[in-house]
Write a protein that binds this ligand. Structure first.
Ligand code: GDP
Length: 454
């Protein structure tokens, strides 16, 4: 990557707005803007200052603007940065960019500003990725997780892990240096304990991905149950609007409906499905098939049962079909307003059971709490690190697998060579998360997903 040139891009969304901000970064950012700026001489101004003036080009005033000036290294990219706040007309913005391109600025690639910040050491790779997450955050929980990562919470934990691994690796490497003399600097049992400790620290990070991913992408929640169990009524009650069609005719909800619902700062993507039942009706059969496909993709399943139609026995048979489900299932015993039931008769049926009346809106508070519990949202409150990025998760998983190989090598008394090699791999995987180790393809892949101007 060439960081000797000066890049330019629109930093605000395309289209008409009250204002639009154009950003430049690079060694000539201030000089280039100064060429077309009529007001103070920008080259003589200090960093972190704001200046009012005009942009004039070919003897024409393009706009009256405010220029923010940042001098290296005190800027987002650690380079000279100028941000020009113009009136938000696409014509003006394009013209100002065009006249600065003619001064020698180059149009920035996607994510190039953030990539420069990374290359210039403003933050590590995991933090750079958090910038994109923060911009995309669409719920309180997603914003908090991204902010924690941006502020280096995750990186700090990784650095600690890496430090311990390096210490461990150096002991092994030292032993290799003296292999002729057949000395052991590192007691094998101590080494095994150290690996076990590292694995112990890694596991909570890996476990947090389930929640982290749910927070970042929303929780795909599917509502299933027999026709007329009350699925649509429940969905309407939760969304507090008449979104799905409610009727007494079994099988009315022929297709699936998807809705987004913010609860406790987390986005749940609710899918109401067609009734699950054996059927010869072709249209409905397609619906049932789709329902099963949704269940496979879901991160959370809500099974709505009609208490007036089911017994604990009959329900047990139905639920046994979901016994190998890998995601939490919440059993909702609906129509409590109509039926007298003893909760102790039903407790064995599922891990999460909530008696409700969808129609009378009873038990919904408990249901909301149970939903948050089932996706592990309590983790959010203890300031812990949440892994939200698939790439990070995969690298952590690879680190874990490699550490298990190290452990096996130690247990079977394999020579130090093998252990050292495995350790180098583990260090490599961890280093790739924060970018201590990086390559062009990796960077292109990460920053290419940013939009232009970031
Ligand atoms: P779906 O086929 O599972 O989507 O079921 P619907 O939501 O369409 O509800 C079927 C029927 O059950 C409707 O007449 C609802 O009014 C009724 N119903 C739903 N929930 C309750 C409830 O909690 N109590 C009672 N008494 N009736 C309910």
């Amino acid at each position: 990557m060439n960081i000797s040139d000066t890049i330019i891009a629109l930093a605000t969304p395309a289209g008409v707005g009250a204002i639009g901000v154009i950003r430049l970064s690079g060694p000539n950012a201030i000089a280039m803007v100064n060429e077309v700026f009529k007001g103070k001489d920008l080259s003589k101004q200090e960093g972190n200052t704001l200046h009012f003036g005009r942009i004039e080009y070919q003897a024409q005033v393009l706009d009256e603007v405010l220029v923010s000036l940042f001098r290296a290294p005190k800027s987002y990219t650690k380079e000279e940065v100028v941000e020009i706040s113009c009136h938000g007309s696409p014509y003006i913005l394009e013209s100002v960019i065009q006249c600065l391109v003619e001064q020698g600025a180059r149009l920035a690639q996607p994510g190039e500003f953030t990539q420069r910040a990374f290359m210039n050491g403003a933050f590590d790779l995991a933090q750079a990725e958090a910038v994109a997450d923060l911009i995309a955050a669409d719920s309180k929980a997603a914003q908090r997780a991204a902010m924690h990562q941006l502020r280096g919470g995750f990186s700090k934990e990784l650095a600690l892990l890496r430090e311990q691994l390096i210490h461990f690796a150096s002991l092994i490497e030292l032993e290799l240096d003296f292999s002729e003399e057949d000395v052991e600097f590192a007691d094998r049992e101590d080494l095994q304990n150290l690996v076990l400790q590292l694995l112990e620290k890694l596991q909570p990070l890996l476990d947090s991905f389930k929640t982290g991913n749910a927070i970042k992408n929303g929780v795909a929640t599917v509502i299933i149950g027999k026709p007329n169990a009350g699925k649509s009524t429940l969905l309407n009650a939760l969304l507090k609007e008449d979104r799905a069609i409610v009727s007494d005719i079994a099988g009315t909800t022929r297709d699936s409906l998807e809705d987004e619902w913010l609860l406790g700062g987390v986005r749940f993507r609710l899918v109401d499905t067609a009734g699950l039942r054996e059927t010869t009706d072709v249209i409905e059969a397609i619906g049932v098939e789709r329902t099963n496909a949704w269940v496979k993709k879901a991160q959370l399943v809500l099974y709505v049962a009609d208490l007036s139609q089911e017994s604990p026995m009959s329900l047990q048979t139905v639920l046994s079909e979901y016994s190998d489900l890998e995601v939490p299932l919440i059993l909702l015993l609906n129509k409590t307003d109509e039926v007298n039931f003893k909760s102790s008769d039903w407790v064995e049926l599922a891990e999460y059971i909530v008696p409700i009346s969808a129609k009378k809106q009873v038990g919904l508070d408990t249901l909301e709490q149970t939903l948050l519990d089932a996706v592990g949202i309590h983790q959010l409150n203890d300031q812990g690190t949440l892994v939200t990025n698939v790439r990070h998760y995969q690298k952590l998983l690879q680190t874990k697998e490699t550490l298990i190989e190290v452990l096996n090598a130690l247990r079977t008394d394999l020579s130090g060579d093998f252990v050292a090699q495995d350790l180098r791999h583990a260090l490599y995987h961890l280093g790739e998360i924060t970018g201590t180790i990086s390559n062009d393809d990796l960077l292109k892949n990460i920053f290419g997903k940013f939009c232009i101007g970031k």
